[in-house]
Design a protein around this ligand. Structure first.
Ligand code: F3S
Length: 66
């Protein structure tokens, strides 16, 4: 299983992660992303998850294996 984390210090609101994981990512009123459900969201690795990580230009969208 993997845990998703969006580093708020790095996120610049590019929204590429949203394109791959629309049910996982939400945005605050200022346009910065956060994980939409519990912060401890644990998920299986999927192509969409890999793509979200690979396409974040700020390296803000991160996953760690648990
Ligand atoms: Fe932020 Fe990267 Fe998504 S900059 S909005 S975490 S693509």
């Amino acid at each position: 299983m993997y845990r998703i984390r969006i580093d708020s210090r790095r996120c610049q609101g590019h929204a590429r992660c949203l394109a791959f994981l629309p049910e996982t990512v939400d945005f605050d009123d200022e346009g910065y992303a956060h994980v939409s459900r519990a912060k401890s969201l644990r998920v299986e690795m999927t192509d969409a998850l890999r793509q979200a990580v690979a396409n974040c230009p700020e390296r803000a969208f991160q996953v760690t294996e648990e």
